[in-house]
Design a protein around this ligand. Structure first.
Ligand SMILES: Cc1cc2nc3c(=O)[nH]c(=O)nc-3n(C[C@H](O)[C@H](O)[C@H](O)COP(=O)(O)OP(=O)(O)OC[C@H]3O[C@@H](n4cnc5c(N)ncnc54)[C@H](O)[C@@H]3O)c2cc1C
Length: 385
């Protein structure tokens, strides 16, 4: 919302916001349609984003990052969403900067961080995280991809699907079983460097109902020999816990995306209904239009207030996973309802993909599914009752 200043905003973050906005308008927005049609963002766009400081903003400067906080990542992500790039570059850069780079920072050895993070910050190397498999998504501890130790390598076999950045990725954090008999305790994270991974193959760039510019793909690993030193963390079997620790932040960033989408939907719709006429009067003059937009705006403000509060907690290091799960399910569910109501006010134009509201409708749907489905969020909340 143009009139809203989050309690976690600072002067420095506002400057970053303006810089990001100008960069995205100039360098990325003109390519949006083309990227949607191609099903992928240009590889070179990643390097441009890196040069503009839009990647790995919260990674320390010692590893090539921006040296900022999670608030820097959020400001950048918000601007990407406002520019209508959330379903393409936004989803990919979120996984890259907010998730993969932070796995490396939190669990990598000094040598691993120095080897991988600088290239991620420049955009020369694109990151992905591969958890989901054709037969298991929500039940992460049941992954079948196996990493068998053989001397100084792991031999990796398995298949992943729905992997964000799957076509562009050079560094893939793969969730694999190093001990298939040990359930969650047998899960480890292995970093696959695709350039040197014989036996690694990318499958289809999957066709989706939304997020068209995002390369979401299948990945195949057939006897890929991964150096043992690419294990994240000092010992095997820590993968499940490593993933869980990071998920609170990942879920809050989904909630942030939901808030920005709602705010944008309300703004676009309010502008449209003031222009468009029916029965000789602007749509805004009908009480139904006013009430629907009043509801949508209220929901956006409630969501923003909740998410701002959690952001303050995140920055103070006190965000708990249960509250992050609440934010993830509630804001993404509300996002889908708000955008649906807004689209309705556009009439037939709302169904045309040349109108941003139509793309936002299709992009929104996945928010209830990825980063842990909203049903899984409710299970986590219920467990803590
Ligand atoms: C566009 C997109 C991008 C993605 N990006 C990535 C990525 O980068 N990396 C990655 O690893 N994965 C990614 N995913 C995968 C995503 O995280 C999974 O699709 C998600 O976790 C759900 O897993 P699933 O598809 O196997 O569904 P399932 O686990 O089969 O679930 C199907 C349904 O059953 C429900 N369900 C499952 N278990 C329970 C239960 N115990 N109680 C109640 N209901 C339950 C679910 O909520 C869901 O409604 C992506 C998915 C999409 C669509």
């Amino acid at each position: 919302m143009a009139d809203h200043v989050s309690p976690w905003m600072t002067e420095e973050l506002s400057i970053l916001r303006d810089q990001a906005r100008r960069f995205l308008e100039r360098e990325f927005v003109p390519h949006r349609e083309r990227w949607d049609k191609a099903g992928i963002v240009d590889r070179d766009a990643w390097r441009k984003a890196g040069a503009a400081g839009l990647l790995c903003a919260s990674i320390p400067e010692a590893y090539g990052g921006g040296g900022g906080t999670r608030a820097h990542d959020l400001v950048i992500a918000e601007e990407i969403g406002r520019a209508g790039l959330g379903g393409g570059f936004g989803a990919g850069s979120g996984v890259h900067s907010n998730i993969v780079a932070h796995y490396l920072l939190a669990y990598g050895t000094e040598a691993q961080k120095l080897r991988w993070l600088p290239g991620m910050a420049t955009g020369d190397r694109v990151g992905a995280v591969a958890m989901t498999e054709p037969n298991t998504g929500s039940d992460l501890k049941s992954v079948r991809t196996a990493a068998r130790r053989d001397g100084d390598v792991y031999v990796l076999n398995g298949q992943k699907t729905f992997i964000t950045n799957g076509q562009n990725a050079d560094l893939i954090v793969v969730v694999a079983k190093t001990d298939p008999a040990a359930g969650a305790r047998g899960v480890s994270l292995l970093v696959v460097e695709t350039a040197s991974a014989a036996g690694f193959r990318r499958g289809r760039n999957l066709e989706k109902i939304g997020m068209h510019a995002q390369d979401t793909s299948e990945l195949f690993f057939d006897d890929v020999r991964v150096p043992a030193e690419n294990l994240l963390g000092e010992t095997e079997g820590q993968g499940f816990v490593q993933l869980m620790v990071q998920l609170a932040w990942e879920r809050l960033s989904c909630a942030h995306g939901a808030v920005v989408a709602m705010e944008r939907a309300v703004e676009l719709t309010a502008a449209y209904v003031k222009e468009r006429k029916a029965f000789g009067a602007p749509l805004i003059s009908f009480q139904n239009t006013q009430f629907k937009l009043a509801e949508a705006k209220t929901q956006a403000v409630v969501a923003r207030t909740f998410v701002d509060d959690l952001t303050v907690k995140l920055l103070a290091g006190t965000l708990d996973p249960t509250t992050a799960a609440m934010a993830k399910w509630w804001t993404t569910d509300t996002q889908c309802r708000v955008i649906d109501e807004c689209l309705q006010l556009f009439g037939g134009y709302g169904y045309m993909t040349e109108y941003p509201i139509a793309r936002m409708y299709a992009d929104a749907r996945v928010q209830k599914i990825y980063a842990g489905t909203n049903e899984i969020m409710k299970m986590l909340i219920a467990r803590a009752l």
